[in-house]
Design a protein around this ligand. Structure first.
Ligand code: FMN
Length: 188
């Protein structure tokens, strides 16, 4: 297996991080990988909002946790059980106290197809650098908060993808892979 394939196999959603910032030069490499994603008609309809300042991260967390708890109350039982396991290990069940959160802000005709590829490129680039990442849909719930909305500044016509959190994983090993289904393939 070549290094690219090994990296794809090795990527895992990481939720336990060291309290250690990521150098800006490293984040720039990760963002550049995202920025190299393909896009419909090469429209490149995205921008990046990088949150690393502790006081801003705290605001995101403070806004996200009550929304997350609301969501959890009515979530399906299976989701509640899965979340209970994760929540028992973390203080911050939304952003997982990660050093950095990157909001990929998409605009234009192909954003729904383009921006998830931006996110995946960043997560794979991070893994190749020994940095853990996770797509945090729950993080979008924080955007319902007026103060957070003001900080992230989403304009009309823009959509947020991710955010993707990044940090140095707490244990040396990345968590084991959750079970993956065999690919369903139709050969014609
Ligand atoms: C669109 C999307 C949204 C996600 N949102 C969350 C989230 O809010 N919180 C979380 O802990 N993990 C989130 N995840 C991570 C998934 O739980 C994870 O990808 C899945 O369990 C498979 O594990 P793996 O990434 O290690 O292969 C999200 C993943 C995707 C693709």
């Amino acid at each position: 297996m070549n290094d690219v394939l090994k990296n794809i196999q090795a990527r895992r959603s990481v939720r336990l991080f060291e309290n250690e910032p990521i150098h800006r030069a490293t984040l720039e490499v990760i963002i550049d990988a995202g920025n190299n994603a393909p896009s419909g008609m090469n429209t490149q309809g995205w921008r990046f909002v990088v949150v690393e300042t502790p006081s801003v991260r705290e605001k995101l967390t403070a806004a996200g946790i009550p929304k997350y708890k609301e969501w959890l109350e009515t979530a399906p039982k299976q989701a509640q059980e899965a979340r209970a396991l994760i929540d028992s290990k973390v203080i911050d069940p939304v952003f997982y106290s990660a050093a950095t959160a990157v909001f990929v802000v998409g605009h234009g005709m192909a954003k729904d197809m383009d921006c998830p590829m931006v996110c995946q490129n960043m997560m794979l680039a991070a893994r190749s650098l020994g940095i853990g990442s996770c797509w945090i849909y729950m993080g979008q719930l924080a955007l319902a908060d007026d103060e957070v909305k003001n900080i992230i500044q989403i304009k009309d016509g823009e959509t947020v993808y991710g955010p993707i959190i990044f940090g140095y994983p707490k244990d040396e090993a990345f968590p084991p892979a959750p079970p993956k289904n065999k690919p369903v393939i139709q050969w014609i």
